[in-house]
Design a protein around this ligand. Structure first.
Ligand code: FAD
Length: 331
């Protein structure tokens, strides 16, 4: 149980104009903007390392959005977090890995000399008269503004049905090759057929395993302009290529997994309409991330952002909460 402090007591603690929580793509990008604006009383509080979520991606996973310089449009790179940097330039890669993305973010931090404090977890946030009080693993900070850039990677949707604890959520796997090493010859069942699920299937098939992807909607069969609803061209193209090369991937749509039973090392993935798949390999959950924004969820509606949609991919989300009108520059 955390002890809370009064507004009066909070004034005895460190005081900032802006506290950014999280040094991922959003936090580092916003930090660079504040640096450009000339703010000096701000900090980026990060519980792990810069780009911690990217660092935890399975080793083989890559950004689906291409890094491609398009200077003439003033947008250097779709994956850039500032207009004057580019992962494409940094790595000479169109689809950087998570490790490369983290390295790029660290490069931005170094370039802008951003005030990142690593190893500082924000445990709770409380409002007070002059803004907010942040209770962190490193003490209390009061801040006029809080930018919540803590992402969703830390909140996997890993309990979607009974027996999910017998499965592995894709965000928790170090690498597909290490996972595959533990598997026997049975098919590997992947629950969820959106970006992460298809990415898992491609990686595991590439490692010589038979894969069955089960999804209620079957996003692989749709086309559309919203990448949060259909597969990205990068993933669709890889899937098509895989089928052309007879990759051992089966896709089953129209089935909602209702539970996973386990008996003597055998997993039964049970779906709607009596569907059932038996395997001796731990099923993979590619079921996305929780739609909430963690410990500041209660501020939703008080900040500027309203987004009630569930997230399947774990996309960026920045919440700006303030009790006072924004001040862009101190000078
Ligand atoms: C498999 C996969 C593929 C993806 N591919 C793409 C893609 O191709 N293109 C794209 O644009 N996006 C992609 N995304 C989404 C992309 O990862 C996110 O858009 C981006 O990482 C989100 O950035 P963020 O800064 O909001 O969150 P994160 O990168 O998750 O950063 C949040 C940071 O906050 C820290 N943190 C969390 N809670 C606290 C706390 N309480 N106190 C202190 N620190 C905290 C975390 O340690 C982390 O470093 C993909 C996601 C996944 C999972």
């Amino acid at each position: 149980m955390l002890l809370t402090v009064t507004s009066e007591e909070a004034r005895n603690h460190e005081s900032l104009d802006v506290a950014i929580v999280g040094a991922g793509a959003a936090g580092v990008g916003v930090g660079a903007v504040l640096a450009d604006l000339g703010l000096d009383s701000y900090a980026i509080l990060e519980r792990g390392e810069v780009g911690a979520s990217f660092q935890q991606w399975p080793e083989e996973m890559r950004l689906i959005t291409p890094s491609f310089p398009s200077n003439s449009f003033g947008c250097r790179d779709l994956n850039a977090v500032t207009t004057d940097t580019s992962p494409a330039f940094a790595f000479d890669r169109e689809h950087p890995t998570g490790r490369e993305c983290a390295e790029y973010l660290q490069g931005v931090v170094d370039f802008y000399d951003l005030p990142v404090r690593i190893g500082v977890e924000v445990e709770s946030v409380q409002r007070h008269d002059d803004g907010f009080i942040l209770y962190t693993s490193n003490g209390v900070i009061q801040s006029r503004f809080v930018i919540w850039a803590a992402g969703q990677f830390g909140q996997p949707n890993d309990d979607p049905f009974p027996g999910a604890n017998h499965c592995d959520h894709n965000s928790r796997l170090e690498s597909w090759s290490a996972f595959a090493d533990e598997c026997v010859e049975d098919p590997i069942v992947v629950v969820g057929g959106y970006e992460s699920g298809i990415d898992a299937a491609l990686a595991l098939a590439d490692l010589g395993h038979e894969v069955l992807v089960v999804d209620e909607d079957g996003p692989w069969q749709f086309q559309g302009p919203d990448p949060s609803e259909v597969l990205s061209p990068y993933t669709s193209q890889r899937l098509q290529d895989a089928f052309e090369h007879d990759a051992p991937i089966a896709l089953e749509d129209g089935i909602r997994v209702e539970r996973v039973d386990v008996e003597e090392g055998t997993f039964d993935v049970i779906g709607t309409d009596g569907a059932s798949f038996r395997t001796r390999n731990r099923p993979v959950l590619a079921t996305g991330f929780e739609s909430g924004i963690g410990i500041v969820d209660e501020w939703r509606g008080n900040g500027r952002l309203r987004d009630e949609s569930p997230s399947r991919s774990g996309g960026s989300r920045v919440v700006l909460s303030a009790l006072q009108p924004p001040v862009a520059d101190r000078e």
